[in-house]
Design a protein. Structure first.
Length: 750
């Protein structure tokens, strides 16, 4: 039987810090709020130190110390601790603390908070304690949340929740009738890594052993995931629960432990297997290891600021990095170095050796590497803020050893400060190898690309890795700051770092595009034709205005700004101001939304009934002349018809003989029908009647009734007493002399 042990087992950074704190703080007058972690063995060791576990701050004597576990607590707990004067030792996981801040902030903005997680888990109970308003807890994707319709929702997750379930819950919320939903993927990156590792391990092995407290949610999740891909999964709390007989017939067995499982429990299980001749395979991971950078992106995604992501990443990266150390391997390597030093008395530049403090002087110390005084280290090369002869005399008295670097060989020069600097650089280099973005200043270039320095390491950026696209002029980059990601380290060339700025730019572009796509998807899922939205006018063109609605640009066409029409957009809208608009058209494929301003404004005819009545005298301008009369605009959007018979008391063959376009006239309203949007006007009603009205002479008729031509063909006029025949014809749809607005629009080409 072969064992495949997952390297992503055991304490995560947050749990490790909490356990180390509880096992190192003075136990006197120190209390613990709830179980430290979901592991009986660890909790037993903490209790054995004399640290008492309590259920509330009120059980702690005033002035005592209280440890808050990695699961975190509600905001009120801190206030109660302050009231009792307790010294709080806060071991809340940075990822949990970040989720608490999101819950506090988003609920403070009036959003309803939905937490994907186990409502009975202490972390979730703590998160609810940071909510300023309404909150719901959802444990599975099948659960329905009543009363969310039309609300703004913020979704977060318990840090150990299933990534797949969270994704499905987020998808369900986005399909609902919410006003908006903001998704914060707050699952801890180590949780995501372990869940992926459990799946990969289960696929690659015949059986899987999952180690951890039976009440640990993150460990139980690993067991669930492994069971989905492997038919033989064994869940145990410790080596006591392991039965070799159950797994001995499997050819390949995977072993993984939860984030609250201490290393010594996993080791006990492995020792028990090894006693039965199980072969442990050396493997780093069953899948590609994710970088710390990618993991930090998983923590905060869309609405969390980049600086906050870096803070969380740095806070977690340090304890996480400590998980990967192998003390036995480090000691073996150090013993080998010491053996080499004893065998070879020659020193090499850059070599790190251990020496014993032999003598302290006023300006430095003498050290011994082989029983005799070999060299002096100046005070400025010692790793201390301020040199003290007394301190180093004490070290010499105790024969204390220190690590130093050989900075020169002829003669030999040693430095303790350089060791510190090198270790800092190596730690930083480890972060870079894990995918961390770093910055350097370009110092020059050569034919192949750009050069720079990172501490004592040279950096080279190939031409094709400088930016997205080909670079022709390398000189312009000299003195500029480059943001880089590691490609490789060429150790054969003084650890030269080969890096790329292009991959950083591409990742940022992909992140922006993904954020934009998510934003657009959220926008289009929350908007419908007919909705009234508020937007800010960002810029105007000759054909309309671009308005930002929830961060998305919508077009208000100039024809949809006013019922009476406008020549310039700025006649109606002002750049920088906010207005209400109606959604007119949504083109999801082309990501376009048309909105209108006039649709929310009253039309001129809607207010006409309040302004005008039959018999009123109005003033207007002739805007159009047709054979049967003239149209007079009495205000923008409202025209009235003056029939040819109502222009003057004289008989007119053509209205143009009496009126011209643009002429201003006064008229009397003879008929007013706002429902049909018609006003009939009369100019002659305001003119004095002549004593006799001229009338055209009528041609005499022959006996057969046909008109007989006599005299010239010009119209002759006769006069008859006024009032005998007024020649008024009402403007109606059926009248030979009347016309509707639609008829007039149809005469444009005549």
């Amino acid at each position: 039987m072969k064992l495949v042990v997952s390297p992503k087992s055991g304490f995560c950074g947050g749990v490790r810090r909490a356990v180390e704190t509880a096992l190192s703080v003075p136990p006197e007058n120190t209390y613990l709020l709830g179980e430290l972690i979901h592991n009986e063995d660890v909790n037993g060791r903490v209790a054995a130190r004399g640290i008492v576990t309590v259920a509330s701050p009120e059980e702690v004597p005033e002035g005592a110390s209280l440890i808050i576990r990695s699961h975190g607590v509600g905001e009120s707990v801190y206030a109660r601790c302050r009231e009792r004067g307790l010294h709080v030792i806060d071991c809340t996981c940075p990822f949990v603390r970040r989720t608490q801040e999101i819950v506090r902030r988003e609920s403070g903005l009036g959003k309803t908070v939905v937490i994907a997680g186990d409502g009975e888990h202490p972390e979730v109970r703590g998160l609810l304690g940071w909510c300023r308003g309404q909150a719901f807890v959802v444990r599975s994707e099948e659960e329905q949340i009543p009363g969310l319709g039309g609300k703004e929702v913020a979704l977060v997750a318990q840090t150990t929740f299933s990534a797949k379930k969270f994704s499905k819950i987020a998808e369900n919320l986005q399909k609902g009738d919410l006003k908006t939903v903001v998704i914060f993927p707050t699952i801890c990156y180590t949780t995501v890594d372990r869940q992926r590792e459990a799946e990969s391990l289960a696929r690659a092995c015949d059986a899987v052993v999952v180690i951890g407290g039976l009440n640990s949610s993150n460990t139980n999740r690993l067991g669930e995931i492994a069971s989905e891909h492997c038919g033989h999964v064994f869940r145990i709390a410790s080596a006591d629960g392991f039965e070799y007989e159950k797994v001995k017939n499997f050819g390949r067995v995977g072993v993984i432990a939860g984030a609250s499982t201490p290393d010594w429990l996993t080791q006990e299980v492995l020792f028990k297997m090894a006693e039965n001749n199980a072969e442990v395979l050396k493997t780093e991971s069953t899948e590609a290891t994710e970088t710390t950078e990618a993991a930090a992106e998983t923590v905060a995604a869309e609405p969390v600021a980049a600086q906050e992501v870096e803070e969380v990443k740095e806070e977690v990266a340090a304890p996480a990095a400590e998980e990967t150390k192998a003390p036995e391997a480090q000691r073996s390597a150090m013993e080998k170095i010491m053996d080499d030093i004893e065998k070879e008395e020659r020193y090499k530049k850059g070599q790190i050796i251990k020496v014993r403090v032999a003598l302290a002087t006023d300006d430095g110390i003498f050290v011994s590497g082989s029983g005799k005084l070999e060299n002096k280290i100046p005070a400025e090369e010692l790793d201390c803020e301020e040199y003290s002869r007394e301190v180093y005399e004490e070290k010499a008295k105790n024969g204390e050893e220190i690590e130093v670097m050989v900075t020169a060989v002829k003669p030999v020069a040693l430095s303790q400060k350089m060791v510190k600097k090198l270790k800092e650089e190596e730690a930083f280099l480890a972060d870079i190898e894990a995918g961390k973005v770093f910055t350097v200043e370009c110092t020059g270039s050569n034919k192949g690309g750009l050069t720079a320095e990172l501490g004592t390491y040279p950096v080279f950026v190939p031409r094709r890795e400088i930016r997205i696209g080909y670079v022709t002029d390398l000189e312009k980059y000299k003195g500029k700051t480059l943001r880089l990601k590691l490609i490789e380290i060429r150790k054969e060339r003084r650890k030269e770092i080969i890096a790329s700025q292009r991959v950083v730019l591409e990742a940022e572009r992909a992140e922006r595009e993904a954020a934009k796509a998510a934003k657009e998807e959220s926008f289009f899922s929350s908007i419908q034709v007919g909705d009234v939205v508020e937007g800010k006018v960002e810029r105007v063109t000759s054909f309309g205005a671009f308005v930002s609605v929830n961060g998305f640009d919508c077009l208000a066409h100039i024809s949809d700004l006013s019922w009476t029409g406008v020549k310039e957009v700025t006649d109606v809208l002002e750049i920088g101001k906010r207005y209400e608009f109606q959604v007119l058209k949504i083109d999801r494929n082309n990501k376009k939304v048309s909105i209108g301003y006039k649709q929310l404004q009253p039309q001129p005819w809607d207010l006409a009934a309040e302004k005008y009545a039959e018999g009123d005298i109005v003033h207007g301008r002739v805007v159009r002349i047709v054979p049967f009369g003239a149209f007079v605009e009495i205000e923008k959007g409202i025209d009235g018809l003056v029939h040819v018979s109502q222009i003057t008391h004289e008989w007119l063959e053509n209205p143009t003989t009496a009126l011209t376009i643009g002429e201003e006239v006064d008229a009397k309203i003879l008929a007013f029908n706002p429902a049909e949007r018609k006003i009939t006007l009369s100019i002659k009603a305001l003119q004095p009647r002549p004593e006799f009205e001229p009338r055209p002479e009528r041609e005499p008729r022959e006996d057969n009734g046909n008109r007989r031509e006599r005299g010239n063909k010009k119209a002759r006029r006769s006069v008859q007493p006024a009032g005998e025949d007024d020649e008024y014809r009402e403007w109606t749809e059926g009248s030979d002399f009347g016309a509707s607005i639609s008829e007039l629009l149809g005469n444009d080409d005549k």
